[in-house]
Write a protein that binds this ligand. Structure first.
Ligand code: ADP
Ligand code: MG
Length: 456
C-alpha cells in the first residue's frame, strides 16, 4: 500500500529536477493530490490560472513520470479548489489501485478550512446575511425559534454564499461537535439521488440509505437550490426531507442565485416553504468593502501590495469577490514569475492579459451558437445525447472552446451539455487537444470559430 501523497511527492521530485526552480515553485509546488477516481488521478491547483498552465505545459510530463515510475493511471485530471467537493466524497477507488494507493479521505471535515467567519469581510452588502449566519451557527434549529427556519441566502455568483455556508459548518463543528451538520451542493445531491435510483435494482438499500443520510441531519445545508428547477423527482424527495427535518426542529439552510419567488419550474409547495423562514440577500460590495477584502486577502500572502495597486484593483474589479480574488492571484503570480516586487505597472499588465483572455462578454451560449453556426447544426442537438458524427464533432469542439475560453469547471460544462459526467467532458477536451497537434483541418475550424466569436 502506498499513500497517494507519497506517489505525488515522487512526481514532484522528478519535476523539480526537470524544471527551473522558479517554474517549480510557482506552478508545481502548490499542486495537491486529491484522490483516485475510476483509476484517474485527480490533482488540485490553487487557481484557474495555474490549472490551465499545468494542463497546457506540465500534464504530459506528469503522465510520463507516473508511467515511468510504474503507476498506470488512466488519466490525470487537474481541478481547482472549487471543484474539489465533487471528488473528495467519492471513496470508490478502483480495485486495481486499492493495492497500491491507500484509499484515504483527504479531508476529515467537509468544510473548506479558510471559509470561516473570521475570514469573511463584512460590509453593507452582506451585513444582514453575515449576522444572521453567525446567530444561526450559535443556536441552530429549534433553539432559535421557527422564524429562522429555513435560512435562505441569495446573491449573484462569487459573492460569498458558499463561503458563509462553510463558515456556519466550521463554527458548529467547533462549538457544537455533537451535531450532525451536512453540507451538499444541489449538483451533488442530484447525482446522489440518481445514483441511488440507478443502483436500486442491485442494491435495495441504496435509496433508503440516501434518504436516511439526510434524515439524520441536525443541520442541513443545500447550496445553489436554483438547480432543483425541472427536477421533479428530486423536488418531491427533497420536499419530504425538508418537512421531516423542519418538524423535528432541525435547521435547514439554503442558498440560491435568486430569491425563492424567482425560482421557476419548481413546485409551489417547495417554493413557499423556502419563504417560511428568513431570506436575506447579499449584493455587490462597494469600493470600501472591496479595499477591505483585498487587504484581508493580502494578510496571508507572501507578496505585499502597495496602496496604489490596491486602489487600482478595487476600482477596476467591481463585479464580484471571486473576480477580485482572481485579479489578486494573477498579480501575485505575475510578480513571482517575473521575480519582481509588484508595481502598479506590473498590476496593469497582469490584468490587461486577463481582459484579453476573458474576452468582452463571452459566455457559453455564444460559444455554442458560434459552433452551431459554423457546423450548421442545431444547438438543441449539440446539447442532446445524439451520436451522429457531425453532432458529436460539434459538441466536442464546443466543450473544448468553453473550457479554453471560459475556464468553467468540468462539472458545470457537463450540465450545459445535458448533464454529462465530468469524465466525458474531460475526455472530449483531451481528444480535441491531442488531435490539434496533427490535424490542420481541426486547427482551422477552431480558429474560424474563434474569429466568429471575436467578431461579435
Ligand atoms: P458564491 O457561492 O456566492 O458564488 P463563494 O462563496 O464561492 O461565492 O465566494 C467566492 C470567493 O470569494 C471565495 O473564495 C470566498 O472566500 C470569497 N469571498 C466571498 N465573500 C467574501 C467576503 N465577504 N470576504 C472575504 N472573502 C469573500
Ligand atoms: Mg457557491
Amino acid at each position: 500500500m502506498e499513500a497517494l501523497e507519497n506517489i505525488w511527492k515522487k512526481v514532484q521530485l522528478e519535476l523539480s529536477n526537470k524544471l527551473s526552480a522558479a517554474s517549480y515553485m510557482v506552478w508545481i509546488n502548490s499542486l495537491k493530490p486529491v484522490c483516485v477516481k475510476d483509476n484517474e488521478l485527480i490533482i488540485c491547483a490553487q487557481s484557474n490560472v495555474s490549472r490551465k498552465k499545468v494542463e497546457d505545459e506540465f500534464l504530459d510530463s506528469i503522465k510520463f513520470i507516473l508511467n515511468s515510475l510504474g503507476y498506470n493511471f488512466n488519466n490525470v485530471l487537474v481541478i481547482t479548489e472549487e471543484e474539489k467537493e465533487y471528488f473528495i466524497d467519492k471513496e470508490d477507488v478502483s480495485s486495481l489501485l486499492s493495492s497500491m494507493v491507500t484509499p484515504k479521505k483527504v479531508h476529515s471535515s467537509p468544510f473548506v478550512a479558510r471559509y470561516t467567519f473570521e475570514n469573511f469581510v463584512v460590509g453593507e452588502c452582506n451585513k444582514m446575511a453575515f449576522e444572521s449566519a453567525k446567530f444561526i451557527a450559535s443556536s441552530p434549529g429549534a433553539n432559535n425559534g421557527p422564524s429562522l427556519n429555513p435560512f435562505f441566502i441569495y446573491s449573484g455568483v462569487g459573492l460569498g454564499k458558499t463561503h458563509l455556508l462553510h463558515a456556519i459548518g466550521n463554527e458548529i463543528n467547533k462549538n457544537l461537535p455533537e451535531l450532525n451538520v451536512i453540507y451538499i451542493s444541489t449538483e451533488t445531491l442530484t447525482n446522489e439521488y440518481f445514483n441511488s435510483l440507478n443502483k436500486y435494482s442491485t442494491d435495495r438499500d441504496s435509496y433508503r440509505n440516501f434518504r436516511e443520510k439526510y434524515a439524520s441531519a441536525d443541520v442541513l445545508m443545500v447550496d445553489d437550490v436554483q438547480f432543483l428547477q425541472k427536477k421533479g423527482g428530486l423536488q418531491e424527495v427533497f420536499f419530504h426531507i425538508f418537512n421531516d427535518l423542519y418538524q423535528a426542529g432541525k435547521q435547514i439552510i439554503l442558498s440560491s442565485d435568486r430569491p425563492p419567488k424567482d425560482i421557476n419550474d419548481i413546485e409551489d409547495r417547495l417554493r413557499s416553504r423556502f419563504e417560511w423562514g428568513l431570506s436575506t440577500d447579499m449584493t455587490t460590495p462597494g469600493f470600501d468593502t472591496r479595499i477591505a477584502i483585498i487587504m484581508k486577502k493580502m494578510e496571508k500572502s507572501p507578496v505585499k501590495l502597495t496602496d496604489d495597486i490596491i486602489y487600482y484593483i478595487a476600482e477596476k474589479i467591481n463585479t464580484n469577490i471571486r473576480e477580485l480574488e482572481g485579479a489578486l492571484n494573477k498579480i501575485v503570480m505575475y510578480a513571482q514569475l517575473a521575480n519582481k516586487t509588484p508595481s502598479l505597472e506590473l498590476a496593469k499588465e497582469a490584468l490587461k492579459v486577463d481582459e484579453i483572455e476573458n474576452g468582452s462578454s463571452l459566455d457559453s451560449n455564444k460559444i455554442i451558437s458560434a459552433v452551431c453556426q459554423y457546423f450548421r447544426v442545431e444547438s438543441n442537438e449539440v446539447i442532446s445525447k445524439k451520436k451522429n458524427k457531425e453532432i458529436v464533432e460539434a459538441r466536442m469542439i464546443a466543450v473544448y472552446l468553453i473550457r479554453e475560453l471560459l475556464a468553467l469547471p468540468l462539472i458545470t460544462i457537463g450540465q450545459l451539455f445535458g448533464g454529462r459526467d465530468h469524465s466525458t467532458i474531460s475526455y472530449s477536451i483531451d481528444k480535441i487537444t491531442s488531435s490539434l497537434s496533427n490535424n490542420k483541418r481541426l486547427e482551422t475550424q477552431i480558429k474560424d470559430i474563434k474569429s466568429i466569436l471575436n467578431a461579435k
